[in-house]
Design a protein around this ligand. Structure first.
Ligand SMILES: NC(=O)c1ccc[n+]([C@@H]2O[C@H](COP(=O)([O-])OP(=O)(O)OC[C@H]3O[C@@H](n4cnc5c(N)ncnc54)[C@H](OP(=O)(O)O)[C@@H]3O)[C@@H](O)[C@H]2O)c1
Length: 270
């Protein structure tokens, strides 16, 4: 029997510029493979998560497809994101058809250019993605790891802006300029490595966690949801998956949000 969802936060959505909905809380699958990976995905489903993020380069789309098929959750209740790798530029249709076959689906919800193509190949590849969207193989297309200028380049050349930019994001990586520039373009931020690239022992984060009766990870999740940013997190531990999204009781005041924003740039990663 499928356990009851641990959080109603998993039901929060953003409306993309296309008009379609994207569940804000998503489960990342980087480095999840085989039986243990499928088990973690199953636990995320049990916790109530319906948005799953993978990529051709993770080489686990098949595991995700199997785990979701086993879950019995109807396809229409799931939101699946995958990504076009740089090595498949020029072979976009082949890459997307393989993704669909691995995921055991007929249409993907969101397909991202994983990294910006350097040089003249960028716009043709985006045009190929647009054609595949128009052909019905994917509902929405977006980008990942793009600078605002690169988004403008593809949007100006084709008239089709991406609906999402999936980037490294959390209070420590927060950039008010990037947030504002993407918001005015109606490009949703989807945050990756929100926990792995955070300092969960940071004094301010710990203070806010203590004030709100939450864990540092729950505070980070709520910080994203308060701004209606998509957040993709990952865990291979059943209790952490459920706990990270159990944020209904975690309220952050404006003052706490500002203190968390103030952690931006307080330290640097490799
Ligand atoms: N577009 C891109 O270029 C790109 C790049 C990287 C990632 N992504 C996507 O973004 C997703 C999320 O990034 P990520 O995989 O780095 O996930 P993450 O959630 O930032 O970090 C995962 C790590 O955090 C640990 N963790 C989870 N909950 C915790 C908690 N409550 N306390 C302490 N540690 C905790 C996990 O350990 P346990 O497993 O032990 O819980 C795991 O080691 C990826 O899976 C992938 O789908 C995209």
């Amino acid at each position: 029997m499928t356990p009851a969802p641990t959080s109603s936060a998993a039901e929060l959505t953003a409306t993309l510029s296309s008009g379609r909905s994207l569940p804000l809380l998503g489960f990342g699958t980087y480095q999840l493979h085989g039986e243990s990976g499928q088990q973690a995905i199953g636990w995320a489903v049990d916790a109530g998560i319906r948005h799953f993020d993978t990529a051709t380069s993770y080489e686990n789309e098949g595991d995700l497809g199997l785990a979701l098929a086993r879950s019995g959750v109807p396809r229409g209740e799931l939101f699946l994101t995958s990504k076009l790798p740089l090595r498949c530029i020029g072979r976009e249709r082949e890459a997307l058809e393989r993704t669909l076959q691995q995921l055991q689906i007929e249409r993907l919800d969101l397909w991202l250019m994983h990294w910006p193509v350097e040089g003249p190949g960028l716009v043709p590849s985006w045009e190929a993605m647009i054609q595949l969207r128009d052909a019905g193989l994917v509902a929405d297309i977006g980008v990942s790891n793009f600078a605002v200028g690169q988004i403008d380049q593809i949007a100006t050349a084709t008239g089709v802006p991406p609906v999402v930019n999936q980037i490294r994001w959390n209070p420590f990586l927060y950039d008010a300029d990037v947030a504002r520039e993407l918001a005015v373009r109606d490009v949703l931020i989807s945050a990756y490595t929100p926990l792995r690239r955070a300092r969960l022992d940071d004094a301010v984060l710990l203070a806010v966690a203590s004030e709100t009766g939450a864990t540092p990870a729950q505070v980070i999740v709520r910080w994203h949801l308060r701004r209606s940013w998509s957040i993709l997190f990952r865990s291979s531990a059943r209790d952490r998956i459920a706990q990270n999204i159990d944020v209904d009781h975690v309220e952050l005041t404006d003052e706490q949000m500002v203190r968390l924003d103030g952690r931006a740039g307080t330290y640097h990663f490799d």
